[in-house]
Design a protein around this ligand. Structure first.
Ligand code: AMP
Length: 219
């Protein structure tokens, strides 16, 4: 199964991707995580990407297309994957479509999670991640915790540099102007599954699974 998690920043793509990755035993490919890792390792591409990410802007398509081409060629992606954060432009979607055609992949779907701007700003300003295991939390879930509830690491919570209100608002504008049109691309391909991202995590997962059953059984 080949899934694409799509939606505005903060809508819950990473959270759902992780759950679905465990459920279907297919790898979770987050382009944001790949770029943050490259930035941490100080590669020239990583340092260039870091400036754009911290400003809430997109990394150029040619770099992203190459990252995805290399990643999806890995053995672990042979029987399926969940993309989180890719494609983010129509050019990336077209390139992915060509790759799917070349690999004879037709059982794919774009899961579009919907939420409003104010909910997204509220969620992202309260978002914290564990440096060690990358688990994501809302501040209210870890208020008095010194240890990560998932991996037990001590004092490992941090806030992403692009999760400040100013940068979040820029990311939302970029989403509307450059990324939203990607949804129509998949609608035209008959591969779009629209899900309300405002419900609880469990309800969103249930809705996705029911939607996927319908989508793939009708093919
Ligand atoms: P995310 O972790 O998905 O929120 O991504 C964080 C940042 O990484 C984005 O705001 C962009 O700067 C960059 N990024 C991640 N994926 C892409 C992509 N597919 N195209 C361009 N930039 C990306």
């Amino acid at each position: 199964m080949y899934l694409i998690l799509f939606g505005a920043p903060g809508v819950g793509k990473g959270t759902q991707a992780k759950i679905l990755s465990d459920k279907f035993s297919i790898p979770h490919i987050s382009t944001g995580d790949i770029l943050r890792e490259a930035a941490k390792n100080g590669t020239p591409m990583g340092l260039e990407a870091k400036k754009l990410m911290n400003a809430g802007q997109l990394v150029p398509d040619d770099i992203m297309v190459e990252i995805i081409r290399e990643t999806l060629a890995e053995e672990r992606c042979k029987n399926g994957f969940i993309l989180d954060g890719y494609p983010r432009t129509t050019a990336q979607a077209e390139s992915l479509n060509r790759l799917f055609k070349r690999l004879n992949i037709s059982d794919y779907a774009l899961i579009c999670l919907e939420a409003n701007d104010e909910e997204v700003v509220k969620r992202l300003t309260a978002r914290r991640a564990c440096k060690s295991c990358k688990a994501i939390f809302s501040l209210s879930e870890i208020e008095n915790d010194i240890h990560c509830p998932v991996c037990g690491a001590e004092n490992s919570f941090y806030q992403r540099k692009d999760d400040t209100e100013e940068v979040i608002r820029t990311r939302l504008e970029v989403f509307k102007s450059s990324t939203k049109p990607v949804k129509n691309f998949y609608r035209n391909e008959n591969k779009l599954l629209e899900i309300n991202g405002l419900n609880s995590i469990e309800d969103v997962t249930d809705e996705i699974i029911k939607g996927l059953e319908k989508t793939f059984s009708s093919k």
